[in-house]
Design a protein around this ligand. Sequence first.
Ligand code: KDG
Length: 336
Amino acid sequence: MKKIWVSVLVISIAMSGLFAEGKQDDSEKTYKITAGIGLNDKSAQYEGLMYFKELVEKNSNGRITVDVYHSSQLGDDREMMEALQRGEQEVTCPSTAPIVSFQPEFGVFDLPFLFPNAEAADAVLDGKIGQELLDSLSIVGLKGLAFWENGYRNLTNSKRAVYTPADVNGLKVRTMENPMHLDAWTTLGANPTPMAFGELFSAMQQGVVDGQENPWGTIYLQNFFEVQGFATDTGHVYSPFVLLIAEKFFNDLPEDLQKVVQDAAIASRDRERELNRKYNSEYKEKLKEVMTVVELTPAQKAEFQSMVMPVYDTYSKAIGKDLIDSVLAEIKSAGY
Ligand code: KDG
């Protein structure tokens, strides 16, 4: 009997030692986040990510370090999302358009002329619908931390000033890798080609494509105006970004560090959006000095809008009609 008690005592002392060690390990363990984006180091997206790095490193007391790579150094949006799934990279921040091949409901944000303004987008993205979409990425091993902003996209090209859909006819336009974008540009009479962002500048320079569409900040900061003479303020779609983290990496973090990462994602979202809006409006003005910038009249804009509207029906099944209706209802109830 005595022997049994002695063994029980020895085992429990050993186990309590193990647990104590386990706990100690967790609080001393350090983590490394490798984060990559497609835009360059002048973009609001890069500055937002650097702020995320600063907050995470400071608030984790150095237990997490963040290495940031820009200009598609780690690959394009799709490749980086796949690297997150494989556990080879921890963070990326793609446009929602390429997320559609991972989770089709994200296609709701590709619907042209969906958000009347950025505040309406914020209401949807930061509300219940946005949170449900972020959470839904769990089925593909990704965790959506927050929606950041890419912004309203505008057409540029090297051939001619575009005022109406008729002027788009025959233009070779690079699009993001997304079927709705391809369809919408085909409907407008263009010859669209999906292509990774990192290949775009040289494709325009070499005449592989005549044009592309992106927010004003990107057109200016990526020097697209050097190879594009014409821009039109089509504002045809509002592109959100999603700050993504590999779900397994996030779940393996101790709870206090999960909070540090999540809080930093929200704080840097606010900074990124503010800066992005400033850049998009300031750089539009700067672009007017170096290229022809066409401001569409409401009637001209309506012509683009009515031509691409059929994609709402074509894609309602893939996205889910209920989701489209609830986004539209949310925009309305937010007062826009
Ligand atoms: O960092 C984001 C970019 O990789 C990309 O999403 C930019 O809007 C974009 C595009 O046209 O590919």
